[in-house]
Ligand binder design. Structure first.
Ligand SMILES: CC(C)(COP(=O)(O)OP(=O)(O)OC[C@H]1O[C@@H](n2cnc3c(N)ncnc32)[C@H](O)[C@@H]1OP(=O)(O)O)[C@@H](O)C(=O)NCCC(=O)NCCS
Length: 284
């Protein structure tokens, strides 16, 4: 098993992930690259065997909680113990780093999934077989991007209330500062690393933001300051991001790890779809 992967080995890991992760095939190499470029406050590793890869990490803010971020065995190499060996090797690495627990659960801000998609049933069986317990359920919503995403009427109405909406460019730091002030460092990192960000402001103050592509191809995070809720800012920012995703060639968008079900359902007709089981076990 090889650790500390170089660029060529990470590319190989990306191809294994593409072949194994049939629900995420198109973006699997991008997921591997994203997990290999986490925030500086994170320690991580990638482990490669012939036909299998695992990635694991832990964060400074919770160094006892280790995360297995990705696990993939090529369909042609399955059923021969590679999955089990990769999980055990990832656990050994986490233990050596001081972790006391291991989780199959997203490690925000840099994660592939909130947990194990229930349709990756073999992975859930593997986790349970190795002593992991289900600790939570999470879900994504799917937005159909053929929906009407126009926001012109709302933009005019908001302008009448002194609210203006922009695509963040060189001024993106305004939005990261806003997310840091109202939420946390994790969202600030996602905003800084997103493919696109839109925000609303009034009298020079940021009121709300929405981002997409921080986790490749997914929408989120988004947030509106408490004093600006109910104005319709969130719906406009959501539609502007989804329109960007459509322009980037996506036909649907995953709204990751929700969240306000009713808001997304009413704003763009999004439906709950991917369901994830979050697993954890103590590391003896
Ligand atoms: C999950 C996966 C990594 C297993 O890899 P593998 O090398 O075939 O696994 P192993 O040979 O080490 O099997 C170990 C355990 O996994 C479980 N497992 C493996 N294949 C399974 C299958 N087809 N159905 C149910 N459980 C299965 C079993 O519990 C097995 O142990 P057991 O037979 O003693 O009960 C592989 O199926 C895969 O890459 N799936 C797609 C990617 C994925 O789901 N990744 C997880 C996202 S986090």
């Amino acid at each position: 098993m090889v650790a500390d992967l170089g660029d060529a080995e990470l590319a190989e890991a990306g191809e294994v992930a593409r072949a194994a992760l049939i629900l995420d095939a198109g973006e699997a190499p991008a997921l591997v690259r994203r997990l290999a470029a986490p925030p500086a406050s994170r320690r991580w590793t990638a482990l490669l065997t012939d036909g299998g890869v695992a990635m694991a990490s832990l964060s400074e803010k919770d160094p006892e909680a280790g995360h297995i971020d990705l696990l993939a065995v090529h369909p042609g190499a399955r059923g021969a113990g590679r999955g089990r060996a990769l999980v055990r090797a990832a656990e050994d690495w986490l233990r050596a780093q001081g972790a006391r627990r291991a989780r199959f659960a997203g490690n925000p801000p840099c994660y592939a999934w909130p947990g194990i998609d229930v349709r990756y049933t073999a992975a859930a069986c593997l986790a349970e077989r190795l002593g992991y317990e289900q600790v939570r359920v999470a879900w994504n919503m799917t937005a159909d991007l053929s929906a009407d995403l126009s926001a012109d009427d709302d933009l005019r109405r908001l302008a009448g209330q002194g609210v203006r909406v922009h695509a963040a460019g060189a001024d993106r730091e305004r939005v990261t500062a806003f997310t840091r002030e109202h939420w946390n460092e994790s969202w600030a990192w996602e905003v800084a690393n997103a493919a696109g960000v839109h925000y609303a402001e009034r009298d020079g103050r940021v009121l709300g933001f929405a981002a997409w592509g921080a986790r490749p191809a997914w929408f989120g995070p988004m947030g509106t300051a408490p004093e600006a809720r109910g104005l319709g800012v969130g719906g406009v920012l959501l539609r502007r991001c989804l329109a960007d995703q459509r322009a980037a060639g996506q036909r649907t968008a995953q709204i990751g790890w929700v969240g306000p079900l009713r808001f997304y359902s009413r704003a763009v007709g999004a439906r709950a779809e991917r369901v994830f089981w979050l697993y954890g076990r103590e590391l003896a």
